[in-house]
Every structure is written in structure tokens, then in C-alpha cells.
Design a protein around this ligand. Structure first.
Ligand code: B1M
Length: 213
């Protein structure tokens, strides 16, 4: 039997190749995809987030762990989908706002959310309000995540939030904002539902907004 703690370790250490190998071996042994995700992979990402917050690991390790998680999920999700199992605990559209090309933090937030069981639709950088509205509508997302790294682009977050009100969708989607210059006070001021200053706390905030324990 495959030692499944190796899957936890592979994700924690960001070893995509090992994560894929162990996932395939575990499946060959008859392991349930959901059990692998819940008991090993999500726990590994939780530990990655904790270490990142405590500055025990840094951005490269966080990105590598996210990639390893994604590599295993790419194997498991199609199997779960075909057997009708619920593959996500919520749907999130995320992007960096218009005029802003910074995406490292946004990618980390997306990886962390994905690692914790959310379906993430990452629409990229430099996104205008129409694109956010269109994407949330198309995917029927529960949450919208907006990232901005520039003091000159963060006001555009309000433009996006206003566009949701204009489209009659404001009460259909929770909106969370983040990025280095963004603060809880600014989030409240522009009418966002939530704010997070790290990728890890973004998961907690999204879960709280959706009432997920
Ligand atoms: Co730019 N840049 N940059 N830059 N850049 C900053 C942001 C800056 C602070 C540097 C400085 O001057 N000290 C400054 C902004 C100043 C300001 O607005 N007050 C700046 C500037 C001025 C610029 C340009 C204008 C420079 C120029 O061309 N003259 C230009 C603008 C381009 C544009 O966007 N239109 C520019 C360009 C670039 C690069 C392209 C070279 C590159 C981006 C590469 C990329 O992202 N693919 C870049 C970089 C790398 C930085 C710094 C050095 C690092 C940003 C980063 O990735 N941090 C940055 C200085 C710094 O922050 N020390 C800087 C690591 C990342 C993990 O953290 O993104 O904060 P962060 O994400 C965190 C949290 O904020 C949070 O979680 C993440 C993980 O914990 N978070 C969220 C982020 N999004 C969230 C969303 C959420 C929740 C949490 O919910 C949805």
C-alpha cells in the first residue's frame, strides 16, 4: 500500500512530479479521490499557508506547493466529476483590476483557494468591470476576488463593485478585495463584503462569507 503521508509531504515541499506519482499509485491501490484531497492535500496546503504566514517559507515555495496541488488535482478532479462527486465547495472568479499587471499575490490567493477545495476561475490581470461581471454571470460564481497592487488602481475596485450593482448582481455574489495597498477600512468604504491581507486568510474570509465551517 502507498504511504499517503508522502502525498502530504510532496505537496508541502512543492514536488509536483512526486505528487503526481503518489496520487496515481494511491488510485491504483483503490484510494478515494475525495479522501486524498480532504485528508492529505488540503491539510498540506493549510500547513503551507501557516508556514508562509510565519515566514518559515517564502513566495517560491508557496507557488511550488500550489503547482504540486494543482498537478494532483488535475488527476483527481476528472475522476470525481465522472462519478458525480461534488468537486468544489464554492466557485470563485478572481482577477487583478484594470491598469494593474501584478499577479503574483493574486496567483497565490487563487492557488490557496483551489487547494482548499474551491473552483477558481482566474481571469488574469488588467481586467475591466465588464469582464468581471461577464465572468461571474457566465460561471454563476459565489464569490468575486479583486486584487490590486497599485494605489492608482485600487480605486477601480469600487468601479467593479458599482458595476455589479448596475448589473443587478450585487446581492448574488460576495466580493472580497486584497493586495498590498488595500486595507480593511478601504474595503468597507468601497462596499466590499470582505478583505484579506494574505492568501491564507483569504480562504478563511471566503469560507466565512459562504458560511462554510
Ligand atoms: Co510593481 N510595484 N510596478 N511590479 N511591484 C510595487 C507594487 C511597488 C510597491 C514597488 C515600490 O515602488 N516599492 C509599487 C507600487 C507603488 C504604489 O502604488 N504606491 C510598484 C510600481 C510603482 C510598479 C510600476 C508602476 C513600476 C513602473 O513601471 N514604473 C509598474 C506598474 C505596472 C502595472 O501594473 N501597470 C510595476 C511593475 C511590476 C512588475 C511587472 C515588474 C512586477 C510584477 C510581476 C508580476 O506580478 N507578475 C512588479 C513587482 C514584482 C512588484 C513588487 C516588487 C512585488 C509585488 C509582489 O509580487 N509581492 C512590489 C513591491 C513590494 O510589494 N514589495 C511592487 C509578493 C506578493 C506575494 O505579495 O502581491 O502583496 P502581494 O500579495 C499578497 C497580499 O497582498 C494578498 O495576498 C498575497 C499573498 O499573501 N493579496 C490578496 C493579494 N491579492 C489579494 C486578493 C485577495 C486577498 C488577498 O482577495 C481577492
Amino acid at each position: 500500500m502507498t504511504d499517503l503521508s508522502l502525498l502530504y509531504e510532496a505537496i508541502l515541499k512543492g514536488k509536483s512530479k512526486s505528487a503526481v506519482e503518489i496520487t496515481n499509485l494511491a488510485l491504483a491501490d483503490g484510494a478515494e479521490p475525495k479522501m486524498l484531497i480532504d485528508e492529505y492535500m488540503i491539510k498540506a496546503m493549510g500547513e503551507v499557508g501557516r508556514r508562509f504566514e510565519n515566514q518559515e517559507i517564502f513566495v517560491p515555495e508557496l507557488l511550488m506547493a500550489g503547482r504540486a496541488m494543482k498537478a494532483s488535482l488535475n488527476i483527481l478532479q476528472p475522476i470525481m466529476k465522472s462519478s458525480g462527486e461534488k468537486t468544489s465547495i464554492g466557485k470563485i472568479v478572481i482577477g487583478t483590476v484594470k491598469g494593474d499587471l501584478h499577479d503574483i499575490g493574486k496567483n497565490l490567493v487563487a492557488s490557496m483557494l483551489e487547494g482548499c477545495g474551491f473552483e477558481v476561475i482566474d481571469i488574469g490581470i488588467d481586467m475591466d468591470s465588464d469582464k468581471f461581471v461577464e465572468s461571474v454571470r457566465e460561471h454563476n460564481a459565489d464569490v468575486l476576488g479583486l486584487s490590486a497592487l497599485l494605489t492608482t488602481t485600487m480605486p477601480y475596485m469600487k468601479t467593479v463593485i458599482d458595476a455589479f450593482a448596475d448589473a443587478g448582481l450585487r446581492d448574488k455574489v460576495k466580493i472580497i478585495v486584497g493586495g498590498a495597498p488595500v486595507s480593511a477600512g478601504f474595503a468597507a468604504e468601497i462596499g466590499a463584503d470582505g478583505y484579506s491581507d494574505t492568501a491564507n486568510s483569504a480562504v478563511t474570509t471566503v469560507k466565512e462569507l459562504l458560511g462554510i465551517k
